[in-house]
Design a protein around this ligand. Structure first.
Ligand code: HDD
Length: 682
């Protein structure tokens, strides 16, 4: 183990550099390296005649184009990725012999792909859905993949049901409607008839399913995995990613509007944050249960529909990941990356969670079709940063030129190499768990409580969060056409909370359920987003100003906002320079045609002495919408009149420059609050 602090090197980025090609400034060639003198006209028999077969340049160009697409992922098709590094805070050798979890002096390169689950590649970012959060650690012992979601539980308990689940939530097969949405009959029919989904559905109906940003989501490994130390002692573990910016969400109304206004909202957010040096950070946490306690919990730790409440088993923070580089090429990196929960390193092992066991089969299988054969590990983004040696050969798109005659084990011609090495030399050894039982297609009786933790989740929500969940159910079930499916769904969620089910029943026009509801009273405060981190950092402020704005003051306020790590965009009558008093000129990034309030976290309205009627009308709409989304609003000078028109002055989160001595500080403080739920919105 090296004691040298080697924090700036990133071996994966160096490795990828070897594959990069810049075409700019170069002569155009065919794929055979032949320079071409013409690229606009195909070769013809006469300038009005038919194209000739011998036009190899035309044939090559069109053939390549015709084959540019590969199948999209069957789930998680729409994704966005970035590079970064992982640093360990403390040596975890007590629990695991994984080297990247022992040495605090090295940085491990990572590649992270965030995704929606349901929609196709071209769907919108902000739909209601779970988000994928897949991390590839390029460790010195090979690739370790933590293929996580932003929700800590899953819909089903056994992987054999995965195709059924996906068939139910994808667009319906007769008409391929709806896109990227679970608000349809087959999904809710599946839910009502597979009640193990209850807990996950509560999360999907909650604000967690409409994140404000990839940078503001938790990540969960979901399954119980094993950590194994050098002495062979094992522990059960659940992995968590905790965003340093806290966990924050959009409102459903914002999410809806953004799917049209900016379908790339989350992509833009991540791309811009990294380009502007506001690197997203996530801390890695572990919950650990001793092996001896496997059967001492109130739930089965092998059941992927269960969390380990953080108040009972605390999350120990052990390291931090920083995303600090965007990809160079979306297809080569983001699209071709291949994750697999079965990619582990010594010291990390599996459990018998039947969902995990099935995943261990599915991921390689899907890459074989998606990436066209068994050599996808040779694609640059997927290569480990350590060499690989084995006797696997050939197959579609093999790139390695293996030298020598021997490609089998055991051999004498190559000294019996490449050969296995002992665990003390880094060889992976499976944990020797004792298993016995009859072969049986069944589910353990310890997997049958589908509702207690769903109620725990509901009980842990604030009134605002509960309102959002109720609205989400009413929306989703309100779109279901089958009365029977609606009724079955409402009856099912009466087992979670009767009041919730009765309210939904009323709204969607079915009979109120008659069951007794749940008697679970426990709460887990960690589940509520109200208990997350709130800060102004990297929030986006729309600055509305017009000709004749107060130059010195606005300049001063904008500097304060930027110094507080806020992103500021100026909206004015026209794009380009706007002249304020004292010859201050500011450049407008947007007009009301290109900027809508849902793209921002707060508004600073300044206005100016010269505005048109249309500008005023648009400004009123903009602020009204931001106010109804509970966002902080700052106003000064001519901007203040808009508050009066809308009767917003004096309302929570409305900061008026004239009334306060240190306006920027007060406004930034309000922005750090994010939303003012105590506003009365009709
Ligand atoms: Fe999965 C992709 C996460 C259950 C089968 N899954 C995929 C991705 C993520 C997850 C983040 C996208 C990876 C990327 O960005 O390329 N999946 C999960 C989590 C699950 C889960 C957290 C439950 C705990 N998945 C699950 C099951 C199966 C699959 C039970 C099948 C038995 N998942 C797949 C897949 C995908 C996939 C079909 C599609 C594309 C891919 O693998 O590479 O194999």
């Amino acid at each position: 183990m090296t004691n040298e602090r080697n924090l700036d090197k990133n071996k994966k980025k160096d490795q990828l550099d070897d594959y990069k090609v810049t075409d700019q400034g170069k002569a155009l060639t065919t794929n055979q390296g032949l320079k071409m003198s013409e690229d606009e006209f195909s070769l013809k028999a006469g300038d009005r005649g038919p194209t000739l077969m011998e036009d190899f340049h035309f044939r090559e160009k069109l053939t390549h184009f015709d084959h540019e697409r590969i199948p999209e992922r069957v789930v998680h098709a729409r994704g966005f990725a970035a590079h970064g590094d992982f640093e360990l805070y403390e040596n975890m050798s007590k629990y695991t012999r994984a080297k990247f979890l022992q040495n605090t002096s090295i940085k491990t390169p990572v590649f992270v792909r965030f995704s929606t689950v349901n929609g196709s590649r071209g769907s919108a970012d902000t739909v209601r859905d779970a988000r994928g959060f897949a991390t590839k650690f390029f460790t010195e012992e090979g690739n370790y993949d933590l293929v996580a979601n932003n929700i800590p539980v899953f819909f089903i308990q056994d992987a054999i049901k995965f195709p059924d689940l996906v068939h139910a939530f994808k667009p319906e097969p007769d008409n391929d409607i709806p896109q990227a949405s679970t608000a349809h009959d087959t999904f809710w029919d599946f839910v009502a008839n597979n009640q193990e989904s209850a807990h996950m559905i509560m999360w999907i109906m909650s604000d967690r399913a409409i994140p404000r940003s990839f940078r503001m989501m938790e990540g969960f490994g979901v399954h119980t995995f094993r950590l194994v130390n050098a002495q062979g002692k094992a522990y059960f573990v659940k992995f968590h990613w905790k965003p340093k910016l806290g966990v924050h969400s959009l409102l459903w109304d914002e999410s809806h509007k953004l799917t049209g206004i900016d379908p790339d909202f989350h992509r833009n957010d991540l791309w811009n944050a990294i380009n502007n040096g506001k690197y997203p950070e996530f801390e890695l946490g572990v919950q650990i249960i001793n092996e001896e306690d496997e059967l001492n919990m109130e739930f089965d730790i092998l059941d992927a529909t269960k969390i380990w409440p953080e108040e009972i088993i605390p999350v120990k923070i052990i390291g931090k990941m920083t995303l600090n580089k965007n990809v160079d090429n979306f297809f080569a990196e983001t699209e071709q990356v291949a994750f697999h929960p079965g990619n582990v390193v010594p010291g990390i092992d599996f459990t018998n969670d039947p969902l995990l066991q099935g995943r261990l089969f599915s991921y390689t299988d899907t890459q074989l079709i998606r990436l066209g054969g068994p050599n996808f590990h040779e694609i640059p983004i997927n290569r480990p940063v350590v060499p690989f040696h084995n006797n696997q050969r050939e197959g579609y798109r093999r790139q390695t030129i293996n030298v020598g005659k021997v490609s089998y084990h055991r051999n004498s011609l190559a000294g019996n190499t490449p050969g296995p090495v002992s665990p003390s030399e880094g060889g992976y050894e499976h944990y020797q768990e004792k298993v016995e039982g009859r072969k049986i297609r069944a589910r353990s009786s310890s997997f049958t409580d589908h509702f207690s933790q769903a109620t725990l989740f509901w009980n842990s929500m604030t009134p605002v969060e509960k309102m959002h969940i109720t609205d989400a159910f009413s929306f989703e079930l309100g779109k279901v056409k089958s009365e029977s499916v609606k009724q079955q769904s409402v009856n099912m969620f009466a087992n979670v909370n009767l009041e919730l089910a009765v309210t939904i029943a009323k709204r969607i026009g079915v009979n109120p359920p008659t069951s007794e509801g749940s008697d679970v009273t426990a709460t887990s405060p960690a589940l509520s987003q109200q208990n997350t981190i709130f800060k102004p950092d990297t929030r986006k402020v729309a600055v509305i100003l017009a000709k004749g704005f107060n130059g010195p003051e606005v300049k001063y306020v904008l500097k304060q906002l930027k110094d507080a790590d806020l992103t500021v965009e100026i909206i004015s009558e026209n794009q380009g320079n706007v002249l304020g008093t004292n010859d201050v000129i500011l450049k407008a990034d947007h007009t009301f045609q290109t900027a809508k309030s849902v793209m921002y976290d707060s508004v600073y309205i300044v206005n100016g002495s010269q505005t048109s009627k249309r500008f005023n009308k648009d400004a009123v709409y903009f602020i009204d919408e931001a106010f109804s989304h509970y966002k902080p609003i700052g106003a000064s000078h001519e901007g203040i009149q808009y508050l009066t028109v809308n009767h917003f002055d004096g309302k929570p989160g409305v900061v008026v420059a004239d009334e306060i001595s240190n306006f920027p500080e007060a406004f930034i403080y309000a922005i750090g609050h994010h939303r003012f739920w105590n506003r009365k919105i009709v």
